[in-house]
Ligand binder design. Structure first.
Ligand code: GDP
Ligand code: MG
Length: 727
């Protein structure tokens, strides 16, 4: 009789090939989500193989099981609490020393572990030979070799995992790390004390529990207090006494001593099992790094790559973007012709299709951007860029790794906020999320182009550049401010890992790209859909407003007067007169729409909120446009168009003169641009912030903070400018 359901968890260092192996095993049968309560991606797949239903879990990549980062806590809790049947430790064979730290920690825990020496090919080309049998003997674990990206050894891996799950090992054999005498004594004393007191009712293996307690592991301390409630306190007191004793003995924190000893143990294992041939190949990665992380060349090369990424994203992206735009336009024109005028039609065309269309057009950009980022990640260049930017980012109180999300923010904040997942420390992540919206995203550019173009003439480019710069400066100030107040504290201890360069696998690039884009489409599509329906409804209702003039009869008057003219005119002047007639009718229609917008709910909201915007030199129409910009920043322009009775067709110049006519000045235009740059992120970004911080609190904070900063800055610009005599 064997259990037909098995759970196999894949653990391992980041970049050891876990996801590659996971994809090999599960193919397309995967479910991607988050670990409960935290924003660490969780991948799960189910397959049926060798008569078993296998559930495969891709645990977050970690270097240890010491609960420093969210990833480590998630991975460890999963192993401790969910008790998978087998834990498969994917070890980067070309980087044995680093990988074995996690491996020995897994060995100490009483779970069934299978060691997988992946990247066996890399190890070989470097002239390193690893004695798998010896490793298996030394640590008493089964060992298999794989080459993840060539799908080699995966079957053996699965068979061994199943075999291990089937074997009945009650007490883990004693092949664990041997600590020095004093520490061993302390472990044994604590272990005995725990066993006496609790009668074996501690949640985990007692040796492991004792080790963790001596290392002052907060999570385990809490659990002991909870589970062994009568004796919990006594156990912790005994622990304290033993720790104190060790501390005096070693003149150092026991945790540090134990970590050192574990590394010593690992060094010993490596001596036993690894032989490096004398004619070691030249290390390709090191040579590439001589150029790419060179003190002088590194930075320009990096800038070039980033520039190329944006070029690719926005240049190449415009072609499919235009197609999609045309497609959406075609759908809406076709439906316009097919459907009879009704409220449903208006909802469908002006609300749903216009709204969702405005998101879908960004899909090509998003796909390309994510593809480039996956390429950077999979080749190993991403870590180099973080390395290069590290010094500069410390100005903001962040590590080099935060640079990538911030950079992506210039494209679109949503993927940028999602990219903060790569940051280890939660504080770094939240700080990065809070400052990313100040990176002026591409959707704000149309607003600047219209306003700067209308009011600053040839200096428009400089003005727009200054706006971007202002965003960057405010993000630096914000970073420093929060780092020293709200998000103070130790940066997570952080070693800049430089994994070897690898030739990326197309399949893995595509999966990476698609995973992220799918999330973008799913969540953001939903938000935008609802948002645009709301904005549409606010501007479409109430349906029947009382107009100040009778537009219908005005239209009739225009038609009659032109009919008379047309009758009188000769053939040569007729087309000219027709044109004038159309233009006049169009103007009347626009005036009607503008008045309707003014008297709709959103117009009323605009009038009510006008006093808020008045000190910034922004009139009620500007205010409404800013409010609708909440859904997506591009909408600011189209709302201005509607409210100033300018058709979308004749765009910028007409809108510019309408804005002039409505009393907007260069100063108030500048103030409005500053406000657009800084004020609350769009709905999709807000949804992303909520998801990635996992809290409504940070979401609300981000909204309140950015909007307050926007108001204050716009106020300073407008009132300050007036004081200085500008208008
Ligand atoms: P994870 O961070 O552990 O999930 O690692 P990934 O699965 O994303 O793999 C990181 C990189 O290593 C990818 O570019 C893979 O194509 C590559 N890779 C995975 N397994 C092997 C292997 O056995 N040999 C070599 N040379 N590359 C591998
Ligand atoms: Mg992975």
């Amino acid at each position: 009789m064997h259990p037909s359901n098995l759970t196999i968890a894949l653990a391992g260092n980041p970049n050891s090939g876990k996801t590659t192996i996971f994809n090999n095993i599960t193919g397309t049968r995967q479910k991607v989500g988050n670990w409960p309560g935290v924003t660490v991606a969780k991948k799960e797949g189910r397959i049926h193989k060798y008569g078993y239903d296998l559930k495969i879990i891709d645990l977050p990549g970690t270097y240890s099981l010491t609960p420093f980062s969210i990833e480590e806590i998630v991975a460890r809790n999963y192993i401790l609490d969910e008790r998978p049947d087998v834990v498969v430790d994917i070890i980067d064979a070309s980087n044995l020393e680093r990988s074995l730290y996690l491996a020995t920690q897994l060995r100490e825990l009483d779970c069934k572990v299978l060691f997988v020496l992946n990247m066996a090919d890399l190890a070989r080309t470097r002239g390193t030979k690893i004695d798998g049998d010896k490793l298996s003997q030394l640590l008493d674990v089964p060992v298999v070799f794989t080459v993840g990206n060539k799908n080699e050894g995966i079957e053996v891996l699965l068979k061994q995992a199943i075999k291990l799950a089937e074997t009945d090992i009650k007490t883990p054999k004693k092949r664990h790390v041997n600590y020095s005498k004093d520490i061993e004594n302390a472990i044994i004393r604590l272990q005995q004390f725990i066993e006496e007191k609790t009668d074996g009712t501690t949640p985990y293996n007692t040796r492991w529990t004792s080790i963790k307690l001596l290392e002052d592991d907060k999570i385990i301390k809490e659990r002991i207090l909870k589970s062994a409630n009568d004796f919990g306190l006594e156990i912790l007191q005994t622990t304290q006494a033993l720790r104190k004793h060790l501390e005096q003995r070693f003149d150092d924190d026991p945790q540090i001593v134990m970590t050192d000893e574990r590394y010593g143990f690992i060094a010993g294992i490596i001596k036993e099992i690894q032989t490096t041939s004398t004619k070691q190949r030249v290390d390709v990665s090191r040579n590439i790094d001589l150029v790419l992380t060179n003190r002088f060349l590194g930075f320009p090369i990096f800038l070039f790559f980033i520039w190329a990424m944006f070029q690719l994203t926005f240049t190449l992206g415009t072609y499919p973007m235009d197609w999609i735009d045309a497609g959406v336009g075609w759908v809406s024109v076709t439906l316009d012709g097919l459907l009879p005028d009704s409220l449903v039609k208006a909802l469908l065309l002006d609300g749903i299709i216009a709204g969702v269309g405005s998101v879908i057009v960004f899909l090509p950009n998003i796909l390309i951007l994510f593809f480039c980022i996956a390429l950077f990640e999979d080749t190993g260049y991403m870590s180099r860029s973080a390395f290069l930017m590290d010094k500069i980012m410390h100005l903001i109180g962040l590590h080099g790794k935060s640079f990538i999300p911030m950079l992506m923010g210039f494209g679109c904040n949503v993927p940028a906020i999602m990219a903060t997942r790569t940051l280890e420390s939660e504080k770094d992540r939240i700080l990065t999320i809070l400052i990313t919206p100040f990176m002026s995203c591409s959707a704000k550019l149309p607003v600047y182009i219209i306003l700067a173009g209308a009011f600053f003439g040839i200096r428009a480019g400089t003005v727009i550049f200054a706006i971007y710069l202002l965003g960057i400066i405010l993000s630096i100030i914000t970073g420093r401010l929060f780092r020293s107040t709200l998000l103070r504290g130790a940066d997570a201890p952080f070693v800049m890992e430089l994994p070897p360069y690898r030739v990326p696998m197309l399949k893995s690039l595509l999966i990476h790209m698609w995973d992220r884009s799918k999330l973008f489409l799913k969540k953001m599509g939903k938000v935008i859909l609802i948002g645009s329906i709301i904005i549409w409804a606010l501007s479409a209702f109430p349906r029947n407003v009382s107009y100040s003039i009778d537009y219908d009869s005005k239209i009739n008057r225009v038609i009659t007067s032109y009919t008379a003219q047309l009758d009188a005119a000769d053939e040569s002047t007729k087309p000219q007169i027709e044109k004038e007639k159309d233009a006049e009718l169009f103007a009347v229609e626009k005036a009607r729409q503008a008045e309707h917008a003014e008297k709709s709910f959103i117009g009323r909201i605009g009038k009510i909120s006008a006093p808020l915007f008045a000190p910034l030199g922004i009139d009620w129409r500007g205010g409404v446009a800013l409010l609708t910009g909440f859904v997506a920043k591009e909408i600011v322009v189209s709302t201005l168009g509607v409210l100033h009775a300018v058709g979308v067709e004749d765009t910028s110049e007409a809108l510019a003169s309408a804005l002039h006519a409505a009393g907007m000045t260069p100063l108030s235009a500048l103030s409005m641009m500053v406000f657009v740059l800084l004020y609350l992120p769009c709905l999709a970004s807000i949804a992303a912030i909520r998801r990635e911080t996992g809290s409504y609190k940070w979401m609300s904070f981000s909204i309140a903070y950015s909007t307050t900063v926007a108001w204050i800055m716009a106020f300073i610009v407008y009132q300050g400018g007036k004081l200085l005599g500008y208008s």
